[in-house]
Design a protein around this ligand. Structure first.
Ligand SMILES: [Zn+2]
Length: 372
């Protein structure tokens, strides 16, 4: 089912459904709060990096790398994701990747991006120095900001398949460095290993420095992971969180505290976190009153984009334009920087064809579409 929804190549025509109000959604100011810097390395960039460093790429051409970016589950994804991490070596590597992605995001109407960065992956697993790496990211982000006006911030992530003590030491390196652009600390990957007390000191230490917590939770796992992240780590936002619908009490916890879930339907489909489009809990999450934002997670790896995530949500949940605008507004409100001066979702009615399903004021089923 995923193959019917996700294009086989980033070059495939978009939107998949011509009824999707693409121009209106592009025009909505939006933030992307769940995207991994390293996961934005597209096939041409990967080939460039491999050539630059004299490393044999995993495939010889763009089509081959795109085929390599197909996974039969999370372990295979993680293995290849870390292969990509290994190709990011020099500050300019990080700068190019950051600049390219922010430029693409700005073209999709993003006004602010919060990049997750696999800090412990680079520091612990690949023995890289943090400061040059961070300098490269900041340079690239500043170049894109100067060209497009887009805002940005960074979320250094812990990779929980690494030992907690080593991760804590690595995060001390992060904390000792420049913190101006660090918006939060995060936890990436599956929760097989982090639902213990071992990783909590990292979050406690971050909190002592005034740095808030976010965490991946409830992606492939159950609702209690989400509760754990909120209660033990103090998470103020959850990445994915789709498992939350298994437990009404955890749903209530998130609703009461106004904790947003940064949901990535394309990622969930690509990594089989849900068995198919119809099984995705996004509509139920919206019905339950949860605050949902949309992110592309690792877009070229999952053959998606921020705008395609809006199309997927539109399709899954039967959203009208107000519903789509609500998701965009949620992302602005849930950002870890104050984006209040941004006008919420200006839509030029002249740009909308009222005959199209889903358009403002269209009579053909718009009534059946809903607000998020
Ligand atoms: Zn993620």
């Amino acid at each position: 089912m995923a193959d019917r929804t996700i294009p086989s190549s980033p070059d495939e025509p978009f939107p998949l459904d011509p009824a999707f109000p693409l121009d209106a959604v592009r025009a909505m100011p939006k933030a992307e709060l769940h995207v991994h810097l390293e996961g934005t390395v597209d096939a041409p960039t990967l080939l460039t990096l491999a050539e630059r460093h004299g490393v044999a790429p995993p495939a010889d051409d763009v089509a081959g790398v795109e085929a390599w970016y197909r996974f039969d589950g999370f372990p295979m994804f993680l293995e290849r994701y870390f292969t990509v991490l290994g190709l990011l070596r020099q500050p300019e590597d990080f700068a190019i990747v950051a600049e390219r992605y922010l430029t693409r995001a700005a073209d999709q109407g993003a006004v602010h991006v919060e990049f997750h960065v696999s800090a412990t992956g680079h520091i612990v697993e690949q023995h890289k120095a943090w400061t040059p790496l961070l300098d490269g990211i900041v340079d690239g982000c500043r170049r894109a900001e100067a060209a497009t006006g887009i805002g940005w911030g960074l979320i250094p992530d812990v990779s929980p398949h690494l030992p907690a003590v080593a991760c804590a030491e690595a995060m001390e390196v992060v904390f000792a460095g420049e913190l101006d652009h660090v918006l939060a600390v995060g936890m990436g990957g599956p929760a097989d290993t982090w639902t213990t007390d071992d990783f909590r000191p990292i979050y406690d230490r971050a909190r002592s420095l005034g740095i808030p917590a976010v965490a991946h939770a409830g992606e492939h796992g159950p609702a209690w992971e989400v509760r754990f992240a909120v209660e033990e780590f103090g998470a103020v936002r959850i990445q994915h969180g789709i498992g939350v619908m298994q437990d009404p009490e955890v749903v209530e916890l998130l609703v009461e505290r106004g904790i947003a879930c940064d949901v990535c339907p394309g990622s969930n489909l690509a990594l089989d976190a849900v068995p198919g489009v119809d099984a995705h809990p996004l509509p139920a999450m919206l019905d339950a009153g949860l605050t949902v934002t949309l992110g592309s997670d690792d877009p070229p790896m999952f053959r998606t984009s921020l705008l395609r995530e809006y199309e997927l949500a539109w399709s899954m949940a039967g959203l009208d334009l107000d519903g789509l605008a609500r998701l965009a507004a949620n992302s602005v409100e849930a950002a870890l920087v104050d984006l209040a001066p941004i006008d919420p979702a200006p839509i030029d009615p002249a740009s909308i064809d009222p005959a199209r399903p889903g358009a403002v004021g269209s009579a053909d089923g718009n009534d059946e579409r809903r607000r998020a």
